[in-house]
Design a protein around this ligand. Structure first.
Ligand code: HEC
Ligand code: HEC
Length: 438
């Protein structure tokens, strides 16, 4: 365990130096040009490294227990099956950080001289620490020893500047291409998950396959409810992790604060070595799986999460929602739409500038006019008013916690009915342009 952690630090430093070497032009940075000492003292910078590269020791789970790395390398490199080609990796929504690639590889890629059907190339990318949110630990050559995941896996994407799926990192953006279920489903041994949920492995695989791109089910490992009463998947959309400063409750159903959820995710979902307490999870009727597994009070020794929570929090608070690019919405219509937002009383809940309520930002399913399934899976039994900044970055996968509304117009039509707004077609389209501008 200790050894794998040492390796994780090694990998982190590798990514760190590659990022520095390539100049890291990312807009979110603002730290370039400072000397090393200043960087090391900068909690936000540390938080960024944690967000991007820290596995919290979770390779013991993803590699050690699930043996995910053996499916990625394939039998040719000592694993199982055919391995995962770069094409397959990109197809399940994994992203490649162009700043981690050496010039020679970039030139070969550009010239079409890299075989994107060859799992060895995926392993090379892993070795370069170029696959966003995934860290491979190598034994020798291209043979993996283990693999771990990071926050950036789900909450970062790339700007596609080099090619689709290959570009500069965009921290905090929801990766709505990522098929988390398909990635986990690659693992040859899901007995630990099956054991936790008290079902067989084929059932676990069926559930994972039901999630689809851009979704994950954080509550599954608490209540074991994989499907809604209507038979659809219980998974929710991956939300952005930017634009959260000033927001009280977090997650779709308001589980708690940012540091609350960070400790929750790192420890209970990513299976990092952390500590976590929440007596609400000892409620056997609402959270049978969590209660059985003792998730209400977890302690790890050593604890590789708790000491990182302050820096991680600082970094997340610093991640502002990116402004909508000019031309991505109709400015005149958006200006009119901002008035509709007021007259339709959208701002009674979505209060600028956070676009959620200052204070208690939770509503009952009835108030919203939607079913209570997902709300019933959280302690507060409500839905959190979604902060609307940066909506333009996550139009894929739909809107509301489960993506039930495919477009912003569908959302507006829902409110029009629910609150009997009687908006005209023009007002609706103006409102949509305003939402796209936030
Ligand atoms: C496997 C994908 C995945 C990983 C990895 C992941 N998250 Fe999330 N994150 C989600 C999903 C899905 C939700 C929504 C959960 C819900 O509402 O039930 C979420 C919610 C959040 C939220 C709440 C956002 C809001 O609008 O209030 C924050 C903050 C967050 N995650 C931070 C992190 C951090 C920090 C890490 C790493 C320690 C992390 N996440 C790792 C998928 C992921
Ligand atoms: C009673 C409070 C309330 C009012 C009024 C309200 N909203 Fe919402 N809004 C919410 C909540 C709560 C959610 C999250 C729903 C969910 O997670 O399923 C939400 C979600 C949204 C979303 C989806 C965000 C995402 O990330 O998927 C959009 C867009 C939105 N609202 C726009 C509006 C507009 C436009 C109006 C006015 C016509 C409006 N809202 C009025 C509470 C409200």
């Amino acid at each position: 365990m200790k050894r794998s952690w040492t390796r994780a630090i090694g990998a982190t430093l590798l990514g760190f130096s590659l990022a520095i070497a390539s100049g890291l032009a990312a807009a979110d940075d603002g730290h370039d040009g400072r000397d090393r000492g200043e960087r090391d003292n900068d909690e936000r910078f540390e938080g960024k490294q944690i967000f991007r590269f820290d596995t919290f020791g979770d390779e013991d789970f993803w590699g050690g227990t699930l043996k995910l790395h053996t499916a990625i390398e394939g039998s040719r490199f000592g694993g199982v099956g055919a391995g995962v080609s770069p094409k397959a990796a990109l197809a399940v929504g994994l992203k490649v950080d162009v700043d981690a690639l050496p010039r020679s590889l970039l030139m070969a890629l550009r010239a079409g001289n890299v075989n994107l059907d060859d799992p060895a190339v995926t392993l090379t990318l892993l070795k370069l620490n170029a696959i966003v949110g995934v860290t491979g630990h190598f034994q020798s050559g291209l043979t993996l020893k283990s693999i771990g995941i990071q926050c950036a896996l789900c909450h970062s994407t790339v700007d596609n500047s080099f090619a689709p799926g290959i570009g500069h990192r965009l921290d905090g953006w929801a990766n709505r291409d990522l098929n988390v279920g398909a990635v986990i489903g690659l693992a040859p041994d899901l007995s630990a998950v099956a054991g936790l949920l008290n079902v067989d492995q084929p059932t676990v695989r069926t559930v994972l396959a039901s999630w689809g791109p851009g979704k994950f089910d954080a509550e599954l490992f608490l209540d074991g409810r994989a499907f809604r009463p209507d038979g659809k998947s219980a998974a929710t959309l991956i939300p952005p992790a930017f634009g959260l400063a000033g927001v009280n409750l977090h997650t779709w159903t308001g589980w708690g604060s940012i540091p609350y959820w960070n400790a929750f995710v790192a420890t209970l979902e990513m299976h990092g070595k952390g500590s976590f307490s929440d007596s609400r999870l000892s409620d056997v009727s609402q959270f049978p799986v969590a209660a059985r597994a003792g998730f209400d009070n977890v302690r790890s020794d050593p604890d590789l999460v708790s000491s990182k929570l302050p820096a991680l929090h600082q970094y997340q608070l610093a991640l502002a929602a990116p402004p909508a690019p000019g031309g991505s919405f109709n400015a005149g219509a958006a200006a009119r739409g901002s008035k509709v937002f007021e007259t339709a009383k959208c701002n009674s809940c979505h209060v600028p500038p956070t676009f959620t309520e200052p204070g208690w930002n939770l509503h009952t399913p009835d108030e919203l006019g939607i079913d209570d399934f997902q709300a019933s899976r959280a302690p507060a039994h409500g839905y959190r008013t979604a902060p609307l900044r940066g909506l333009w970055t996550h139009q894929k996968g739909g809107f509301y916690h489960d993506g039930r509304y495919a477009t912003l117009l569908d959302v507006v039509n829902h409110y029009d009915m629910q609150f009997q707004l009687h908006l005209s077609a023009q007002e609706k389209s103006d409102l949509v342009e305003y939402l796209k501008s936030l």
